[in-house]
Design a protein around this ligand. Structure first.
Ligand code: NAD
Length: 485
């Protein structure tokens, strides 16, 4: 049956994530019939809101998504607010009483889903009290969804995981990486594992290099306090970029199920080469934006120290030593205040060796996966140049989603929350993936922290560009270049 029965308890129910992502996602699940009669949502946070006020907030967060057929008031009537301080054990009793009441009222079969849309420093406390106060003691399932950042290095991630896993088993912990909920990211496996013409050439004999770019045009905005202690490496590379890389280079899983896919991903993370300090220097570069195009430098932003050495840009070369991909450079790049907002993957194939046209240069064969904007794929080939002389030219086969198709693409959070309702972890990160990804990252962070750059090393790129020149040089050293520019 399509309809899912569950009680959602959203910790941080008044927060930004809840309003911008979670309520719209729940509304879409409602519109599509996954949530119907048998669901309820408890929003909890410290503020003393009433149910009515909370429902108005929920309604305004989905403003613009409502069509004439949807009964917005009926949807909002499933939402309840409970003021709650997560450190206060007594509050869990109140929460449990409300949860039990709603369970009976909406016939939810004891299924509960706890969304921790709060700072990770509360995750341990919440997990503990959910168990000790009996909230998570029902006949149905009890699943926890947690958000990034999952630690700031291996040690803190491990401590966080130890705390949560005392109370919830791995299969009930859903670590969100919202990139894994994106349609075109999920398309990577479809492309790789259902096309013989691609799977046959997806190896180090045929692939020259792989490029992953997650560029943002925004600056640090309101998140300065957090961002300045994190930096681009922790904020984007450890999670989103490494997850994308894993999907691009992992071996073929036995099936599209969580166990098989995650097993292959874990193997990939294990095979990711951890760099020595010298190798970090040779393979990773960082940047920080300076002013440009009428936008201020990072160091002039709100809540940022005027001599901050935090990186807002990272580019690097990764190596994964598995059988098929060993030796293929995997270039990654992410940054703020870059020229455009885009997520894009380029698979660059080796050139045809047997060119029969003499000296004439061939274009690279490139498979591009455009994640956003303009989701779709493109493949560039050499074809004959029209005319009498025998020469080749680059031709691009391009497929973008039509407007109608794009409108049908679910939002990442919608797909992922549905996965949790289904108990399907395929698009969530296993602790073992995190473990290895942090070890890889820690080596870079440590080498950088010990390197001690002069303060005037930054800024080294201007707002509205594709990053510092050292990022181009990183590829040029290997005779390569950024395809996306
Ligand atoms: P936010 O500051 O907007 O919301 C935090 C919420 O926690 C508020 O509802 C606040 O009332 C509540 N809260 C704080 N202390 C509390 C306490 N002691 N007891 C009860 N409630 C308390 O934060 P956010 O942007 O919604 O982010 C939430 C989490 O999601 C963070 O871990 C963040 O890193 C992560 N995240 C957010 C986004 C996003 O787009 N906002 C994206 C990725 C990850």
């Amino acid at each position: 049956k399509k309809e899912k029965k569950a009680l959602f308890v959203i910790f941080g129910g008044t927060g930004d994530l809840a309003q911008r992502k979670l309520y719209p996602a729940l509304f879409n699940l409602y519109k599509r019939g996954y949530l119907k009669k048998h669901f309820a949502v408890i929003g909890t946070a410290r503020r003393p809101w009433t149910n009515d006020y909370y429902r108005d907030v929920v309604k305004s967060s989905i403003d613009g998504m409502v069509d004439s057929q949807t009964k917005i008031n009926e949807f909002a009537s499933h939402f309840y607010y409970q003021s709650h301080n997560v450190n206060d054990v007594e509050h869990y009793e109140t929460l449990k009483a409300l949860a039990d009441k709603l369970d009976a009222k909406y016939e939810l079969a004891g299924n509960r889903l706890y969304y921790l849309a709060m700072s990770p420093r509360f995750f341990g406390t919440i997990s503990k009290y959910l168990k000790s106060e009996g909230l998570a003691d029902t006949d149905g399932y009890n699943r926890v969804i947690i958000e990034k950042p999952f630690g700031r290095d291996y040690q803190s991630a491990k401590e966080l995981d130890d705390e949560i896993s005392k109370y919830f088993s791995e299969e009930d912990v859903f670590r969100i990486d919202h990139y894994l909920g994106k349609e075109m990211i999920q398309n990577i496996m479809a492309l790789r594992f259902s096309n013989s013409i691609l799977s046959a050439i997806w190896n180090n004999k045929m692939i020259s290099n792989i490029q992953v770019t997650l560029s943002e045009s925004l600056g640090v905005e309101e998140r300065g306090g957090y961002y300045d202690t994190a930096g681009a490496l922790r904020d984007m590379v450890q999670n989103h970029i490494l997850q994308i890389v894993a999907l691009l280079v992992m071996d073929r899983p036995a099936s599209y199920c969580a166990k098989d896919v995650r097993q292959k991903k874990v193997e990939t993370f294990k095979a990711l080469k951890v760099y020595s300090p010298e190798e970090v220097k040779a393979n990773f570069v960082r940047g920080q934006y300076g002013e440009g195009k009428d936008m201020p430098a990072y160091r002039e932003e709100n809540l940022i120290e005027p001599d901050s050495m935090t990186e807002t840009f990272v580019a690097g070369k990764l190596e994964v030593n598995n059988k098929e991909m060993a030796g293929v450079p995997i270039y990654i790049r992410t940054g703020k205040r870059m020229a455009t907002k885009a997520t894009r993957i380029d698979i660059v194939f080796k050139q045809d060796k047997g060119s029969i046209y003499g000296e004439q240069a061939l274009a690279d064969n490139i498979l591009t996966i455009n994640v956003e904007p303009d989701p779709g794929i493109a493949l560039s080939l050499n074809t004959k140049k029209i005319g009498q002389e025998y020469a080749t030219k680059k031709t691009e086969l391009k497929n973008s989603l039509t407007k109608e198709q794009a409108a049908r693409v679910p939002e990442a959070y919608e797909s992922l929350i549905l996965n949790v309702l289904q108990g399907n972890s395929v698009n969530f990160t296993h602790w073992d993936e995190l473990k290895y990804s942090w070890k890889f990252l820690d080596a870079i962070r440590k080498a950088w922290d010990e390197e001690g750059l002069p303060v005037d090393y930054f800024p080294n790129y201007s707002c509205g560009t594709m990053g510092p020149q050292i990022s181009d040089e990183l590829l040029a050293k290997d005779g390569n270049y950024w395809i996306f520019n």
